[in-house]
Design a protein around this ligand. Structure first.
Ligand code: COA
Length: 337
């Protein structure tokens, strides 16, 4: 007879995998030609420095939780689950509907997931990977069966459209994954890291307790995204490559064992430099930064969703996700599909 304790221990080692995926990209496309009319820039500069050709911009009537709800509903349909089956919603964003309540609570109402616990996480561009790793812990421990992990951003409302050094880089979008127990495969390793000493290089300076919103902060544009791009670039390359190697080491895998890499989509030059250090050929890397720009927490999950839909990730494949963002924070994860 199996004792309760034995059942509990068995539950503790449950494997977690992704059983459903969804994404949502707003319809409006903002091209580099459009940006040439807004700031002193050129299609050629943006393409050669970043690889971004266009990005999506949310409708003025849309808010972050709307984008997230669209992606979440699609993920639930693909997992063949009802909204009531969701036990936990983890939503990663740096551009929430408002400071509080949590955007995940708005999503819960919009999708009808009445039985779900909800919380938001802030791990910037690594938000989806951090969310996935948190979901894995809840599933491994037996606490929950169906966890919805959402990465969503509405960055177009938080960038300074007069600042050419940042406004050309970002876009809006959402992606969602249903994480549940799986018999084999699933998440086989992960690694998370952080360096708070670098927090000043990429932030929204105003609007928090350090610099509360005031007429002065608004007139000085301190509520907009501020970044020292060059320093961020160098750090990102180094730690993303390191995070990829650490996840491979923890899984006992070598670069040749990886079938598809889903890197954070900030800049094609960052992706290429990381991939060179990881030692995987570029043909195995999924890239969509050209179409969407940097969607922070939404980038990796939208890319994963598209890679699966396009047949770039197939059953049995070994997928490496790796991301880096403000904090600095970074993360990597290997999934046997
Ligand atoms: N169009 C034209 N010129 C621009 C420009 C734009 N959109 N943005 C900046 N420039 C100018 C700068 O003013 C600077 O001019 P100067 O030499 O006369 O001062 C010049 O281009 C070079 O700027 P620099 O910042 O050195 O360029 P870079 O090669 O580092 O590229 C980024 C800039 C932002 C593309 C690059 O640093 C980057 O991608 N960083 C990482 C950003 C990122 O991904 N952050 C999120 C991580 S999650």
């Amino acid at each position: 007879m199996v004792t309760k304790k034995a059942q509990y221990i068995k539950k503790q080692v449950r494997k977690a995998g992704i059983i459903g995926l969804g994404s949502y990209l707003p319809k409006k496309v903002l091209t580099n030609a459009d940006l040439e009319k807004m700031v002193d820039t050129s299609h050629e500069w943006i393409m050669t420095r970043t690889g971004i050709a266009e990005r999506r911009i949310a409708d003025p009537k849309e808010v972050t939780s709307d984008l997230a709800a669209h992606a979440a509903k699609q993920a639930l349909r693909s997992a063949k689950l009802a909204p009531e089956d969701v036990e936990l919603i983890i939503l990663a964003t740096i551009t929430p509907d408002m400071q509080f309540p949590a955007t995940s609570c708005f999503v819960q109402t919009k999708i009808g997931a009445a039985n779900a616990a909800c919380f938001d996480i802030n791990a910037a561009c690594s938000g989806f990977i951090h969310g996935l790793v948190i979901a894995q812990q809840f599933i491994a421990s037996g606490t929950y069966d169906n966890v919805l992990v959402i990465g969503v951003e509405l960055l177009s409302r938080f960038v300074d459209w007069k600042d050419r050094s940042t406004c050309v880089l970002f876009g809006d979008g959402a992606g969602a994954a249903v994480v549940a127990p799986v018999k084999s495969g699933g998440i086989i390793s992960s690694y998370l890291g952080a360096d708070g000493n670098k927090s000043d290089l990429l932030m929204f300076p105003a609007g928090g307790s350090r610099m509360p919103a005031s007429h002065k902060t608004v007139s000085e544009g301190m509520h907009y995204l501020k970044m020292q791009g060059n320093d961020v670039f160098k750090y990102a390359v180094r730690v993303m490559a390191d995070a990829a190697h650490k996840a491979m080491k923890r899984a006992g895998l070598a670069p040749k064992d990886i079938d598809c890499v889903i890197p954070h989509q900030a800049n094609i030059r960052i992706i290429e430099a990381v991939i060179q250090r990881v030692g995987v050929p570029m043909e195995k890397v999924f890239v969509n930064v050209d179409r969407y720009g940097n969607m922070s927490a939404a980038s990796a999950i939208v890319a994963l969703c598209e890679a699966v839909n396009e047949g770039r990730v197939k059953k049995g494949d070994t997928v490496l996700l790796v991301a880096f963002g403000s904090g600095f924070v970074w993360g990597s994860c290997i999934i046997k599909w």
